[in-house]
Design a protein around this ligand. Structure first.
Ligand SMILES: Cc1cc2nc3c(=O)[nH]c(=O)nc-3n(C[C@H](O)[C@H](O)[C@H](O)COP(=O)(O)OP(=O)(O)OC[C@H]3O[C@@H](n4cnc5c(N)ncnc54)[C@H](O)[C@@H]3O)c2cc1C
Length: 449
């Protein structure tokens, strides 16, 4: 039996950040994972998806100058090579060197302070659950009898299929649909809501959908998949809209229609850790129903991002061992859908702000076509929107366009530190950069004071 200050289950963004934070506090740490360190982000999430997106972007640029052939076997190999490179920063050697004990195996609770991992018994004062989430399999007739792909299997494919049906128009489905379509796959995407990315600023989600349609993706929004079949010729999906059914076919199907928390097999019921369909129940400091057990990342939510999971992991350790208790301020969460153009967001949409602030808001918008740099780069498809309260503080912002993710971070600093948007106009921005767009918008905010 081994004794630790803290045992962490799951070596993804949440677990890795928690482990390093515990080492910083001088604690004895064991990190347990049934696979290699890195979690979904490294092996089947952010890293491979962004690698595929970047390759697809470069292919599209090359094709605008000359016809080129695409070898998807080479592309998939390259994606896996990039995963391995990213993994080097979090390998078992790196963890051990930092002082973290790494145990490879499936962890199950024996009691609130004891874990079983493949015959090994591990005792710890505090335990952090960071077991992540998996692709949900929607209850669609026939789906269980079909060879479907998920984010766990798509990046392991030898080559890309010729045609694919994607179920789900959230960030995962939309990012992969564009990357694959650009790499020669005919993509059909089915989404129940009226638009893709329905939680985003609607105007921008629609602009993005139009761009993707122009690239050749067939969208079936406001459609529900009701039946899936597979035979020698491929996959058939029956989709329904207002009671009318039609069928679509392809060689492959990818599930991107939601996530489920990884709570099974941990023995949580036995030890009294409460959970529901969206994850383990925690308070604002990530404490579960059992006082010495914490839970962070996708297994908790509400946001399923590496950066929120990582921050929760750090904070859970601080809450467990340090005097100050802290949780994420969910008003200041930012994220990005890494399509081309990117769609980045922080805080509220205009609709949410109008409802919450009874229309007492200021909305500043500007198109990328007004920006010299975007004109030169031929990246004029895009728009930024910043929503402020009466004092000029940012309530929310969305940017659709080239480098949107990086540009949003400038607004994110202002927003997180309660600095009025109009203050930006006093900061000199290099010309011709994309961030000049924000500077131009802040002039208007300054004049509005
Ligand atoms: C295609 C795709 C693209 C994405 N892109 C982005 C992006 O661009 N930006 C972003 O911020 N987020 C992105 N995400 C989301 C991001 O990957 C997750 O939010 C993040 O990985 C969650 O981290 P985590 O630590 O909670 O869980 P995970 O990374 O899932 O780690 C959980 C770990 O726990 C292990 N585990 C589970 N149960 C046990 C057990 N009983 N015993 C031992 N080990 C166990 C698993 O093997 C796994 O390694 C993407 C997700 C997908 C699917």
């Amino acid at each position: 039996m081994k004794n630790y200050d803290v045992a962490i289950i799951g070596a993804g963004a949440g677990g890795l950040n928690a482990s390093f934070e515990a080492i910083n506090l001088g604690k004895k740490v064991v990190l347990i994972d049934k696979f290699k360190p890195g979690g979904e982000c490294t092996w089947s999430g952010c890293i491979p998806s962004k690698a595929l997106i970047q390759i697809a972007k470069e292919v599209k640029t090359a094709q605008s100058f000359a016809p080129i052939s695409i070898d998807s076997k080479q592309i998939m190999k390259k994606v896996r090579a990039l995963i391995e490179t990213a993994h080097q920063g979090e390998s078992v050697d790196v963890l051990n060197e930092a002082g973290i004990d790494y145990v490879n195996g499936y962890a199950t609770f024996k009691d609130a302070n004891t874990l079983h991992v493949e015959g090994l018994e591990i005792k710890a004062d505090k335990i952090i659950i960071a077991t992540g989430s998996s692709a949900a399999v929607p209850p669609i007739k026939g789906l269980n009898h079909v060879n479907y792909l998920t984010n766990s299997s798509i990046f392991l494919q030898e080559e890309l299929p010729k045609e694919i049906i994607i179920l789900g128009g959230g960030a995962i489905g939309v990012e992969l649909s564009q990357a694959m379509q650009r790499l020669g796959v005919q993509v059909q995407l089915v989404e129940m809501e009226e638009t893709i990315l329905y939680r985003e600023e609607q105007e921008m989600a629609c602009m993005l959908q139009t761009t993707l349609e122009q690239e050749g993706i067939n969208f079936y929004t406001s459609h529900k998949a009701v039946e899936v079949k597979e035979d020698d010729t491929g996959i058939t999906v029956v989709i329904e809209q207002d009671g009318n059914k039609k069928t679509i076919t392809a060689n492959a199907i990818l599930l991107a229609s939601g996530r489920k928390p990884n709570v099974e097999g941990l023995n949580l019921e036995e030890i009294g850790v409460t959970y529901h369909s969206r994850g383990i129940e925690v308070n604002e400091f990530y404490e579960t129903s059992i006082p010495n057990i914490y839970a962070v990342g996708d297994v908790v939510g509400p946001y399923l991002f590496s950066h929120t999971g990582g921050l929760q992991g750090k904070q859970a350790i601080q809450n467990a061992f340090a005097d100050k208790k802290e949780g994420i301020n969910f008003q200041h969460v930012a994220w990005c859908t890494f399509t081309d153009p990117e769609l980045a967001r922080t805080g509220m949409t205009e609709k949410q702000a109008r409802e919450q602030y009874d229309n007492r808001i200021q909305v500043y918008t500007l198109d990328y076509s007004d920006l010299d740099r975007a004109i030169v780069d031929e990246k004029t498809k895009g728009k930024a929107k910043v929503i402020c309260d009466e004092k000029g503080l940012i309530l929310g912002a969305s940017i659709l366009g080239e480098r949107a993710c990086e540009m949003l971070c400038e607004l994110q600093i202002l927003k997180s530190h309660n600095i009025p948007f109009y203050s930006l106009q006093k900061a000199i921005h290099p010309y011709p950069g994309y961030s000049e767009l924000l500077l131009m918008m802040s002039h208007e905010a300054y004049n509005n004071q």
